[in-house]
Design a protein around this ligand. Structure first.
Ligand code: 3H9
Length: 694
């Protein structure tokens, strides 16, 4: 095939010129792709023997979008707009042949074509919003003209792709290809030529926009419907504005408006953070001493020990991924209770229309409950989710060591205990690893995989691969108390407690974090999780927490008892409670603390800076491989707003010197060694560097 650029070639099939993009891994629209497409379309237009053009891709997918690595660098010619304008203006029909995913700029390429053919498995989407952007090459102007305003709003603001059958229904594609895709697209193009089909330029379509002009309330309703999930993000509103422009302005003016809004977003701190996070998430899969080709164990069967909330949730992950799983519980009634909760969870999903009754049964059918430990003998991975006490864990591991087949991965879901000590109860510590799921385990995306001193590379690679297979985002960490997430959370918790004793109230502290972008603050979170959990642990260790202990002594365990730090109505809405305020003020008085008003800014710094400082220690101790892994943990495990990148990225934006100086101010004011900056933070601040950029 004659090459037009390093990644685009031109081939002739009869009267049809086929331009093939080959830019692994995902055919992103790098400069040489744009150049190749530009030159190829020009050549084909000029060639008198060519009657039509097909744009297709080699490799695993159609064009997955603009090359994100080019953002923020000086633009290189030709721009995507120029290429798309050339395609759309072509006097010869241009047909896109889509396999894999046509995403972002990739879908925009197809929208500039006159026709689109997709294979059965193809998916179509504009995911720019997930990078804090909007479709900036005509997507906001062309998509509503094809699929209608409502569908375009939904696709562009959610960023989620649709499948070929749906795309066909909405007119986004003209045909679902049977057989070989490029051949089907060529046939489609030839047919168009022989039938002298008029060139369909999306820019000229108006019927679907006109329909929406009669229902202007559509936008207000849509804004209301997405308000909750888009809170704090900048891009969704800009996406909506750009689609409004498609209705109110002529096409070229609409394109200009889209461009303005796109450039605004491109320069925004939110998009910078979200683009950083896109790569951070992918980086987390890479483990320097466990290469990508490390052999992994094929997990055909799994087992979970414990049918409690965690055990049941973990088992659901396997069933959801089609992996048969055995759930072992000591007592029959506990087992039945646990499996009953699993069924109710599935049925609740089904009642919202997100699962069919058949799917519920299929998933339940993959879960086998038993009280017989020997049933785990043929499992490829066993995940222990029993009580969080070392002697129990060790006893369980000694037992499964005797039962499990050779090579099986023996995993613990501990959130605090020493994985090495647990592994030492077995004769095969190389097969032992921590798999720390987050509650609710069937929902939360994060999986902290905890590498023991002796975990083998295969064990690690298997746990990482399995995490992805069950639709989690696995991050590898080392052994320490609380691992990465909870260890940092603990620092935040200490300050939250101090703040309410010094003068703030739970609802003020929670509001500051909510406004920052967290789904809730520490006190609302405590009420949700149940205050009795921490109380029991404290009692076991002989520790105290004046306010929380008092609440628990009064039977205020949080949401489940209707009261905790807040009071809860039937709708589970939290209201600040004067009774709690009185308890807090009394405790302050007893402790000899003079309460004072505390500003939001101080609250935020006191809650988040200690987390960053702990993150620095975690990095120095090599508990986390890289700063961005910590960010992935916080976004997926604790609701850190992704548009702020994660604690370490955010700290870099604050400036490490400013952060360090503020910590030193707190230290001077309180004399508390808690505020001593970590050595790594000191060094980076002194060198004017950051955690996520060196
Ligand atoms: C856009 O299009 C803007 C336009 O509207 C306007 C312009 C004017 N660029 O995810 P994977 C890398 S914005 C550069 O593991 P999968 C990725 O980092 C863009 N690199 O594979 C990874 O590298 P490595 C809108 C990219 O099979 C490797 O490819 N488009 C890009 O699980 C494999 O990625 C999007 O937002 C890119 N666009 O999933 C789509 N995409 O191997 C973003 C990926 O070194 N991409 N890489 O770690 C995706 O959603 C997924 O990559 C995809 C494949 C679903 C395509």
């Amino acid at each position: 095939m004659p090459a037009l650029s390093q990644s685009v070639s031109l081939d002739r099939r009869g009267r049809v010129a086929v331009l093939t993009v080959d830019n692994p891994p995902v055919n992103a629209l790098s400069q040489h792709v744009r150049q190749g497409l530009h030159d190829g379309v020009k050549q084909a237009i000029a060639d008198r023997d060519v009657a039509a053009i097909v744009i297709a891709c080699a490799g695993r997918t159609f064009i997955a979008g603009a090359d994100i690595t080019e953002f923020g660098k000086p633009p290189k010619e030709p721009g995507l707009h120029e290429v798309l304008a050339l395609i759309e203006a072509s006097p010869k029909p241009v047909v896109a042949a889509v396999h894999g995913t046509a995403l972002g700029g990739g879908l925009e390429v197809t929208l500039a074509c006159h026709y689109r053919v997709g294979d059965k498995g193809a998916r179509f989407g504009l995911p720019e919003v997930k990078l804090g952007l909007l479709p900036g090459a005509g997507g906001t102007q062309r998509l509503p003209r094809v699929v209608g305003v409502e569908k375009a709003l939904q696709m562009i603001v959610s960023g989620d792709p649709i499948r070929a059958d749906e795309a066909l229904r909405y007119g986004l594609i003209d045909e679902v290809a049977e057989g070989e895709l490029a051949a089907a697209a060529v046939t489609f193009a030839e047919r168009g030529v022989s039938e002298q089909r008029p060139l369909r330029k999306i820019r000229d379509l108006d019927a679907k926009l006109a329909a929406a002009r009669h229902t202007p309330e559509l936008f207000a309703n849509f804004r209301k419907s997405v308000a909750r999930q888009t809170r704090g993000f900048r891009a969704p509103e800009s996406c909506i504005k750009a689609i409004e422009a498609a209705l109110s302005l002529p096409f070229d003016e609409g394109m200009k408006r889209e461009r303005e809004l796109f450039l605004e977003l491109l320069a925004s701190p939110e998009s910078k953070a979200q683009r950083y996070f896109f790569f951070a998430e992918r980086e987390a899969a890479k483990i320097p001493d466990v290469p990508a080709d490390t052999p992994v164990r094929d997990v055909k069967k799994a087992a979970v020990l414990g049918a409690g909330t965690m055990g049941g949730g973990i088992a659901m992950n396997f069933a959801n991924a089609g992996i048969p799983v055995t759930v072992v519980e000591v007592a029959k009634d506990a087992l039945e209770r646990g499996l009953g909760v699993v069924r109710r969870n599935y049925e609740a999903t089904a009642s919202k229309g997100r699962l069919t009754p058949q799917e519920v049964e299929k998933r339940m059918g993959l879960i086998t409950g038993t009280t017989d430990f020997n049933a785990i003998a043929d499992a490829d991975i066993v995940i222990e989710a029993v009580f969080e006490e070392m002697p129990i864990k060790k006893e369980v591991f000694a037992r499964i060591d005797k039962i499990c087949k050779a090579g099986a991965v023996l995993a613990t879901n501990t959130s605090t205990l020493d994985v090495n000590e647990i592994a030492s109860a077995t004769g095969r510590p190389e097969s032992v690893i921590g798999t720390h799921f987050f509650s609710p385990a069937n929902v939360m995306k994060l999986l902290e995989n905890v590498r023991g001193a002796k975990s083998s590379k295969t064990t690690i690679a298997t746990a990482m691969a399995l995490g992805r297979r069950i639709n989690k985002v696995p991050v590898l960490v080392g052994v320490c108390y609380g691992f990465v997430g909870n260890r940092m959370l603990h620092q935040r918790g200490k300050q939250a407690e101090k703040l309410i004793l010094e003068g703030a109230l739970p609802h003020q502290v929670d509001r500051v974090l909510y406004d920052f972008g967290f789904p809730m603050g520490p006190f609302a979170m405590g009420d949700l999780a149940g205050l009795d959990v921490g109380w029991r642990i404290r009692k076991g260790k002989g520790e105290k927490s004046a306010v929380a202990d008092t609440l628990c002594e009064m039977g205020r365990f949080g949401q489940k008892t209707g009261a905790g730090y807040y009071r809860y109505g039937a709708d589970r809405a939290a209201t600040p409670d004067p009774e709690v305020e009185k308890i807090i003020v009394d405790v302050s008085t007893q402790m000899g603390i003079t309460r004072r008003p505390i500003g939001d800014d101080e609250i935020l710094a006191r809650l988040l800076y200690p987390m960053v400082n702990e993150g620095a220690k975690i990095l120095e101790e090599k508990i986390a491989i890289r700063a961005s892994d910590i960010d992935v943990i916080w976004v997926y495990g604790y609701g850190w707003p992704v548009y702020r990148g994660g604690p370490m990225f955010w700290a870099d934006q604050v400036g490490l010197k400013a952060l360090r100086d503020r910590m030193l101010e707190f230290k001077r004011a309180t004399g508390d060694p808690f505020w001593t900056p970590a050595p790594l933070l000191e060094r980076l601040a002194a060198d004017g560097r950051g955690f996520t950029q060196s």
